[in-house]
Design a protein around this ligand. Structure first.
Ligand code: 4NP
Length: 158
């Protein structure tokens, strides 16, 4: 459950490469917020710089498109110091991402930082598995996870 907020929510979704899971999370959240008429800011990034400037993995683009969400405009970027004060919430896709985010958090960090699945009742502490090296079913599973989280976030932020 998120803490109460007075400012406009600004949500940052973070994975390793910013081409598979976090663009899916950003897409699912953008779509869910738009549908609910909820005004928020969203972005995604990676803890690593492997795919800076690149579009999402074609399998992520295809999966989101199948559910009516276009994420082909997104481009990879790496997590930066500014993110810790620009965003009200930073959501990590897995435990390694969370460790790396917390390790590099500046002293003036104001964002609340947790695993994305912590916002879903009954899924607290769960990771979203990295689908990069697997088959299409991994992307389908990632979409199901980020969609459940987006639905929970809309309910908690509305
Ligand atoms: P993501 O998946 O963190 O969900 O974007 C990955 C993308 C790329 C790599 C690893 C994971 N890579 O090693 O290039």
């Amino acid at each position: 459950m998120l803490s109460a907020m007075s400012e406009k929510p600004a949500l940052l979704f973070v994975c390793l490469g910013n081409i598979c899971r976090s663009p899916l999370a950003e897409g699912a959240m953008r779509a869910a917020a738009q549908k609910a008429g909820l005004e928020i800011e969203t972005d995604s990034c990676g803890t690593a710089a492997y795919h800076v400037g690149n579009p999402p993995d074609p399998r992520s683009i295809e999966t989101a498109a199948r559910y009516g969400t276009d994420i082909s405009d997104l481009r990879g970027r790496q997590l930066s110091d500014d993110d810790f004060t620009r965003f009200t919430h930073i959501f990590a896709m897995d435990h390694e991402n969370l460790r790396n985010i917390l390790k590099r958090a500046p002293h003036d960090t104001s964002a609340q930082i947790c695993l994305l699945m912590d916002v879903v009742e009954g899924r607290e502490g769960n990771a979203i598995a990295d689908p990069y090296y697997g088959g299409d079913e991994g992307f389908e599973a990632s979409w199901a996870d980020v969609s459940a989280a987006a639905k929970a976030l809309v309910a908690q932020l509305s």
